[in-house]
Design a protein around this ligand. Structure first.
Ligand SMILES: NC(=O)c1ccc[n+]([C@@H]2O[C@H](COP(=O)([O-])OP(=O)(O)OC[C@H]3O[C@@H](n4cnc5c(N)ncnc54)[C@H](O)[C@@H]3O)[C@@H](O)[C@H]2O)c1
Length: 388
């Protein structure tokens, strides 16, 4: 029986992927094999030594001490792309809210207080001039970060008739395949920003992306640009954008990350972190991450880990050994040597590395006894060994 600790409410559809006859899932499990969470901040948590995997039902992992987990040979899984459609739809909403002045217009109508319809209609007609907007076709959208979300945003905006320019110096081959051929590729972030009537960010918050949109870059952009940050607070320098709103450089700022600085400011459309808040996204994330954690606990396969290489091997032989180790020379040699000494024949073996960690799956033709596991664990550089 595997034990799974949940640190947030996780969709039942996701947890149903962990069958009750094999998995005890609860929010107070002691000595869990795995932790599944959404936004719970794990940085100050005492993580039980029994934990073998962490699954984040979402995309960003900055609430998880990933480096510490890597040092212990524990993979952290996420659910890339599972909430991408939800965020994409909110970006389209954001552009339309900004272009058609919807928030102010709605506010105006809501606050009309005329008991007679004739008079109300006069006020409607009198007021509407203030909220006249513009349409999206022919306008240019810059998409910074062409990952799961950025690619969908770029393709959808193109389908709405916009010109789209994208910037992502490290786009994956898979995302490059998904990206519509009509999306222009910028060589620098400035090239994309300076072409933009709208700019939207879909990058992780890491040192190189902190304050990616700052006063200096904003100064060279078109007047009246609409800035959208539905990625993470900190990627856009809010103070610079507020100055831009005051000077007219920026016409609207759509942010999913409200702060006291942004509160009540003219031109700011702040949303309460709604990007991935749809039932569908939560379910998709929970299903993906539950299946990945299950496959890791049962088969040692690693799919969509943020700190470990992708490793998948169909089961064969009598037993599978899963070894996490430091990425150093001769680790595979030493592992094979221990197995050879014990007279265990290797059926299949795969070894992949990522940064400082490496991971080896070995299918053997008979059961390894405890002494083999102990010898493997004792190899200098081995972080943990599991017999599956
Ligand atoms: N508002 C929300 O509720 C919400 C929901 C989901 C995701 N997000 C945020 O959106 C971000 C993107 O999500 P995703 O699923 O598309 O992630 P992803 O990993 O698929 O894509 C991120 C992309 O950013 C690119 N990138 C990294 N550094 C870059 C740089 N310096 N310049 C340009 N591109 C760079 C990467 O190459 C990658 O293609 C997440 O990191 C998360 O913070 C927010």
């Amino acid at each position: 029986m595997f034990k799974v600790l949940t640190l947030n409410n996780i969709s039942d559809k996701g947890l149903s992927r962990l069958p009750a006859d094999q998995y005890a899932v609860a929010d107070d499990t002691q000595d869990p094999d795995a932790i599944i969470l959404r936004s719970y901040k794990m940085h100050d948590m005492d993580i039980p030594a029994s934990v073998k995997a962490i699954g984040r039902a979402g995309a960003g992992v900055n609430n998880i001490p990933v480096d510490k987990m890597s040092e212990q040979g524990i993979p952290v899984f996420n659910a890339p792309g599972a909430n991408a459609n939800a965020v994409k739809e909110l970006v389209i909403v954001g552009m339309l809210l900004a272009a058609r002045n919807i928030c102010d217009a709605w506010d105006y109508t809501r606050n009309l207080n005329e008991p007679e319809d004739d008079k109300l209609n006069k006020e409607v007609e009198a007021g509407k001039k203030k909220f006249a907007g513009y349409e999206l076709p022919g306008r240019t959208l810059a998409v910074i970060g062409l990952g799961a979300i950025g690619v969908r945003v770029a393709n959808a905006a193109e389908a709405l008739g916009m010109n789209v320019i994208g910037y992502d110096p490290v786009i994956t081959v898979e995302n490059a395949w998904r990206l519509s051929a009509g999306v222009k590729k910028a060589a620098t972030v400035e090239e994309a920003l300076n072409a933009a009537d709208f700019v939207t960010f879909h990058v992780p918050l890491i040192e190189p992306t902190r304050n990616m949109l700052n006063a200096e870059r904003l100064a060279d952009m078109k007047d009246g640009v609409v800035v959208m940050n539905l990625a993470r607070g900190g990627i856009v320098d809010d103070a610079a954008v507020l100055d831009g709103l005051a000077s007219g450089k920026v016409s609207r700022y759509v942010s999913d990350f409200p702060s006291n600085q942004l509160q009540g400011k003219e031109g700011v459309i702040a949303l309460p972190h709604l990007g991935a808040s749809t039932g569908e996204a939560e379910e998709n994330c929970a299903i993906m991450v539950a299946e990945q954690v299950k496959d890791y606990l049962e088969n040692g396969n690693i799919v969509n880990s943020v700190n470990f290489p992708q490793v998948q091997l169909p089961r064969a032989g009598e037993q599978r050994l899963a070894v996490s180790n430091l990425n150093r020379p001769d680790m595979v040699g030493q592992i094979s040597h221990v197995l050879g000494d014990a007279g265990l024949n290797i059926f299949h073996m795969v070894n992949e590395s990522r940064g400082d960690v490496a991971y080896t799956l070995v299918d053997i033709d008979s059961q390894a006894d405890d002494s083999v596991i102990e010898k493997l664990s004792a190899i200098d550089g081995v972080l943990n060994v599991r017999a599956l």
